[in-house]
Design a binder for this molecule. Structure first.
Ligand code: 5BU
Length: 278
């Protein structure tokens, strides 16, 4: 199964969507399964954070709608630093509307997410049409920008989706049946769905090779006062067989963010090495 394979081995699966292939390869070469959650409020702070932690991450996760001055400068800056330091951008937008609206939310407005984020996520509660709706919008955006690739950020120019299969917060209403439906529809749409946001790997059958990204991670288990629940990298990667840890305040609140990112990267990688070795 996927949990005993290395990221490098998994990247060679010809059934993978190109962005998943690229990401697994990147993790393998850069030796990091850390995604930093860039929950900051200004372009300056976002770009400084990317600069500080960029060497230690495979993905930078954003919430563009909490950046007060989000605009062209933000996009150009993110493109430049992600190209130079080699990481992907994941906008944690949690799309959850009908297909037609999703397409507009993905491609239009002041955020125009499709132009700068290679990964986005969507909940499946509106029904499975969310997947082809986003896939179609991504395909059209890439075709439309064929002549000016610079606008689509650094290579690769692929786009892919993570399904929101489970959440980290206490009392969330995501049922096991819902999570199973996410797996079912991911299998039907492997050309666009690269994996899940979930608390554990959902890969079950021998040829399941979805990438699992897990939020709610700190160096010790616990939570915050608003329902967030934390597990350790060892638990998430080692026991739950997730692929990527997503860390926000564990790094953002540290006095030295660079050093904190270095530590999370080390913990995440050790947990992975132990898992694939045993
Ligand atoms: P934290 O500071 O590490 O708790 O931040 C976690 C981030 O992950 C934050 O941006 C949340 O929006 C995001 N998140 C989460 O915490 N739990 C979830 O289930 C999902 C996203 Br989906």
């Amino acid at each position: 199964s996927s949990s005993s394979k290395t990221y490098g081995e998994r990247s060679e699966d010809p059934d993978l969507t190109p962005l998943a292939q690229y990401l697994l390869r990147l993790i393998h070469l850069k030796q990091t399964n850390l995604c930093v959650s860039a929950d900051v409020h200004t372009t300056l702070e976002l770009l400084q954070l990317a600069e500080d932690v960029g060497d230690y991450i495979c993905v930078l996760k954003t919430h563009a709608d909490i950046i007060d001055d989000f605009g062209d400068k933000t996009i150009r800056g993110l493109n430049e630093v992600s190209r130079r330091k080699k990481f992907l951008i994941f906008e944690d937008r949690k799309f959850g509307d009908i297909g037609s609206t999703l397409q507009h939310q993905y491609t239009r407005g002041p955020l125009a997410i499709v132009k700068w984020a290679s990964i986005v996520n969507a909940a499946l509660f509106p029904g499975p049409a969310v997947i082809p709706a986003l896939a179609d919008a991504a395909r059209r955006a890439i075709l439309a920008h064929n002549t000016s690739m610079a606008e689509l950020g650094p290579p690769p120019y692929f786009r892919a989706l993570l399904l929101l299969a489970q959440m980290s917060s206490a009392g969330n209403l995501f049922t096991p049946e819902y999570t199973q439906q996410c797996l079912h529809h991911a299998r039907q749409n492997k050309n666009f769905v690269m994996g899940f946001i979930a608390q554990q790997s959902l890969n079950k059958e021998a040829d399941d090779n979805f990438i699992t990204m897990t939020p709610g991670v700190q160096l010790s288990a616990g939570g915050d006062s608003m329902g967030q629940q934390y597990n350790t990298p060892q638990k998430v990667i080692g026991e739950q067989c997730s692929d990527i840890i997503i860390v926000g305040r564990g790094i953002l609140a540290a006095r030295d963010r660079r050093r904190a990112a270095h530590e999370y990267r080390k913990q995440g990688w050790l947990a992975y090495q132990e898992r694939v070795r045993s």
